[in-house]
Design a protein around this ligand. Structure first.
Ligand SMILES: Nc1nc2c(ncn2[C@@H]2O[C@H](COP(=O)(O)OP(=O)(O)OP(=O)(O)O)[C@@H](O)[C@H]2O)c(=O)[nH]1
Ligand SMILES: [Mg+2]
Length: 293
């Protein structure tokens, strides 16, 4: 059998479950997941390898109409993913009537690669509603194949996966067969910290925060990680650290535990909070944090 390989690019509106589905398809907790919109800010590849095929999934940021330079960068990741897909995997959630970004819907309709729609969160629904939603999306994007799934409850994802493998083009692998992602370990460490900030803080704090790994030192029995949480304003620094430092401590403890699972090793985590004024609006800072080339 000839070898198959391709890019399966996952796109959709914020918070519909793109990262949950990506992790399930890859079988690893690569992408962070929270109940807040705009959790994912980068294009993150998750690679599945067998002797016969290589699937390169890309999780992408939720579609966003730009308010900050950061959003432009996030949408650039989405545009690239729209361009280089071998298969587009559009994730929508039950009850959703369209995309919050019309230009993207137009691009999807106009594209000539296979499109799979994962109608997600059907655990929140009933059969009648699911049928109605499948019809609705069929009208919006007639050539799409639709799978009604629950990524959270791992329902019907197997049949979606089987179809993806069928649709993969013949091709040699794009990445070394040992690789599981395109991102370095440090990236996942910073994402784990960001996840805890998204979970525990309200309003602007998650969106104003960025995490920078200052050092990652792998010793025989333990990994020493020094990370800085960057916020946009001094007042946010106080909120993040919290009364008697308890806020920051909680982020640190929870992040360290997840890092230990990810790395399968003990972790010593040192966290600092610093101000990087208006970093979300500055091209040079976005470049520094890896959002721009
Ligand atoms: N009920 C239900 N919730 C789900 C399902 N899949 C994901 N969720 C929840 O939806 C929320 C968002 O999930 P994510 O995977 O982070 O969504 P996303 O599309 O990656 O979001 P952004 O990165 O912010 O664009 C989380 O609270 C998930 O637990 C599902 O099948 N059913
Ligand atoms: Mg996400």
């Amino acid at each position: 059998m000839p070898h198959k390989a391709g890019f399966v690019n996952i796109i959709g509106s914020p918070n519909v479950g793109k990262s949950t589905l990506m992790n399930l398809l890859v079988g690893e907790r690569l992408s962070i997941i929270t109940s807040k919109a705009q959790t994912t800010r980068h294009r993150i590849m998750g690679i599945v390898n067998t002797d016969d095929y290589q699937i390169v999934y890309s999780d992408t940021p939720g579609l966003v109409n730009s308010a900050y330079a950061l959003h432009d960068s996030m949408m650039t990741f989405v545009s690239t993913a729209l361009q280089d897909a071998d298969i587009l995997l559009l994730v929508v959630e039950i009850g959703q009537e369209g995309l919050n970004h019309l230009a993207t819907l137009e691009k999807i309709v106009a594209s000539d690669v296979p499109i799979i729609i994962a109608l997600n969160k059907i655990d929140n629904s009933d059969e009648e509603k699911v049928v109605e939603q499948v019809d609705h999306w069929k009208k919006l994007i007639p050539r799409a194949e639709i799978f009604a799934i629950s990524a959270l409850h791992k329902f019907n994802v197997e049949s979606l996966f089987d179809r993806l493998v069928e649709l993969l083009p013949e091709s040699p692998p794009f990445f070394d067969k040992e690789e599981m992602t395109d991102k370095p370990l440090r990236f996942f460490m910073s994402e784990i910290i960001r996840e805890k900030i998204f979970i525990h803080y309200k309003k602007e704090i998650p969106y104003s925060s960025e995490v920078e790994i200052e050092s990652f030192i792998d010793k025989p029995d333990i990994v020493h990680i020094h990370a800085n949480i960057m916020v946009e304003r001094p007042s946010q620094k106080g909120i993040l650290i919290g009364h008697k430092g308890l806020g920051l401590k909680r982020v640190g403890t929870e992040a360290r535990k997840d890092m230990e699972v990810f790395l399968d090793k003990k972790v010593f985590l040192k966290l600092f909070v610093k101000v990087d004024k208006d970093w979300r609006s500055k091209a040079s800072r976005l470049k520094h944090y890896g959002y721009k080339n």
